[in-house]
Design a protein around this ligand. Sequence first.
Ligand code: ADP
Ligand code: ZN
Length: 837
Amino acid sequence: MMYLCEPAMSNRSEQYAELILPLAVAGTFTYSIPEHLSNKIKVGFRVIVAFGKGKKQYTAVVAGLKKNSGGLEEVKPIIDCLDDEVLIGRHSLDFWNWMSDYYMCHIGEVMSAALPALLNLSSETLIHLSKTPDIQSDKLSDESRMILATLEREKELQLSKLSKSLAEHFSMKRLKELVDLGYIYTREEVHEKYSEKQLEWLSVGDQLSGKHEFEEIVLNLKRSPKQLQSLMRFIEMTGWDGENAEVEFLKKNVFLKESTVTAASVKSLLVKGLLKSTNMTVSRLDHHDDDGILPLLPLSNEQVLAKNEIVKSYEQKDVVLLQGVTSSGKTEIYAHLIEEVIRRGEQVLYLLPEIALTSQLIRRLKKYFGLKIGLYHSRMSQKERTEVWKRTAGSRADSFDIVLGARSSVFLPFKKLGLIVVDEEHDRSYKQQDPAPRYLARDAAIVLGGMHKAKVLLGSATPSLDSYYNFQEKKFGGVALEKRFGGHLMPEMKVVDLIQARRKRQMRGAFSNELIEEMSKTLDRGEQVILFQNRRGYAPLLLCDQCGHSPLCKNCDLTLTHHKKRNVLLCHLCSYQIPFQQTCSECGIGHLADMGSGTERIEEELMEFLPNTKCARFDLDSTRRKHSFQRIMDDFENGDIDVLIGTQMVTKGLDFENVGLVGIMNADLLLKYPDFRSHERAFQMLTQVAGRAGRKQKRGKVLIQVYEAEHHVIQQVLLGDYKGFLAAEMEERRAFIYPPYYRMIEVRMKHRDRHLLYQGAKSLGLVLKEVFGSALLGPEFPHVERVKNRYSMHFILRFDKGVNVTAKKKKLREILDNFISMDKFKNLYFQFDVDPY
Ligand code: ADP
Ligand code: ZN
């Protein structure tokens, strides 16, 4: 798709607009611009239009303006214009287009992912009564009468509210009937729900500040002691000196919290002009760290060298990969680079994989950059997200210079980016899996950087093979930091061979004796321990001791996980759950035994082996509530927790000074994951979690419990030999035709009917094979065939890096469009995943 022309400044000859709608439909849509909006609408503005058979209204984004409708006969008009300044800039529109092309999705899907929900509202249906029924003669069902009775009370009601208030008595069918019979009519309306947050402030009124003698005022108030009291309290609290000099403001709600002040007396004082009220806009974002602005720490010699090398690389390259071992001081280098960029008046995007896990880093950067820094991630409210959006776009006084965000912050409407930092660039959570666009924020950031002519810095202790390849190919610059900051030693790594330990009966539950001993020594020294087990719940599998039956999910081909605290069996894919019962439901005789262990079981065993230890779990279950996350981290930091047991959440970002030991409960789980990246991930995760040990003066220790102790990945982790690992892994990838040497596109098909799906996949496979030949793999069923009652099959296309992939994607799209136009297969559901991760 192309953008047509820039808006003409005054004389508007373009009467049509090309619009992006937030829907999974192809292309853009032409609408006419009505007279009254003709000078208002510009490219990048949001407008309201009706779309489709119903009258439903959507927010749309103007992608272009044009003089004619391009031969279309019936063109609907734009209903309203929402903006008076550009909210979606040209860079953003270009970026959306790139994303839709590259990741093979509709531009409307990109729009939905990009805009905060409050900037992307669709209409609600409003229902009105047009005539009151005649109780005697009109033959209406009870349900219909209830609808009408409700509407008689309210003049106008939202459909959602009506159905909620009638609950089980609500019937859509009856509602339609009533429309057809002329009792009611419906109307669509979009409510802009976002408004800036206003607070009411009080100051002394005109009647007080000058004209009258203060004593006279006091005399006049004698008969209203409450008012007098309130006024005196106000003067006391603001410290007003009786002159008219500086106006002192006090928040009304703060003033009203005073026990001596009543709302009525404040109202009277306002009426009398003794107090004055003013509304002022305030931020919704939390700024409690404003005051602590600190200068940046001076860099060490090594850091200075690395920084200079990065800057020098930027003379020739747009992207630099900074490989620095954990705790080598990368963050401090970022901070120095950031400061230079914002001093030039340009913006910085700082991407983090999971922002909730990095409160320590946020605190650190806020200390340096204070109010100039904004956060953007999915745990924020929609209103907060909208405020950040607006403060990134603009020329406002409170605009952000730096945004620290999770992957979706690549969509923010930056005005002029100078630098993008992608911290922990190897991390998998940069990839959006569902819904489309299935983008990788790291790669998208590089493209975004290109559009702004900004530089990109990728940082990691364990770079992805993709980035390392680009460095080797000299597409990216590369800089390394090989030692920890301050000369601290890397932790001592040791393997515990679980086969040996079992044979020698040196195991208790999931713990080797050696791990328990090390733990108790560490705790005795007053140091803390982190245990890593990448499974939540109590046990991932239950097995009947008589018939061998395992309880499975009703909707997915997956065993249910036992959650002992909640006493349920739970599916980790679809959340289906049933109460736990010890007796096997299949044979009715045997008992279900817990097989394997999750974090809950590790915790239980630990309490048995090392009683009196204060331990806490850090996983999806224990951090669901709003502040639980922060609470656990704070407790650990303050030493209120001795042992932290967690899933991959403990591998990221945490920077605690007093961790003497990290225990990895079962490394085999990581090595055996069915994916070509499993070794890469295992290395990364093990190194990252090990990096949590001994970050300061004392040298930390890491114990890796593993059955396959001789595995080359384990051996290389022990040596800290990431270079050696990369070299070997690269060779494997090349030999087995995988990224980074080849590009991959995955085509997934889904349907409830396994047979139909299979037939469809086979027949599509024939067509694809003819066109793509040996580049095509599949169709195959994935590891878990059925999820949420839908079966899936997939194809993989692999192309050499030299191949023109754009042309291949176009061809692929064509074939699929043709294929689903066949009646038999029109209900098959397709997904594309470009660069699956
Ligand atoms: P990384 O990001 O590579 O894991 P950090 O930037 O977090 O490493 O640095 C590790 C530790 O060293 C942190 O506690 C940090 O405060 C400290 N540090 C890093 N650089 C400096 C410096 N130049 N001066 C003082 N302390 C530093
Ligand atoms: Zn399920």
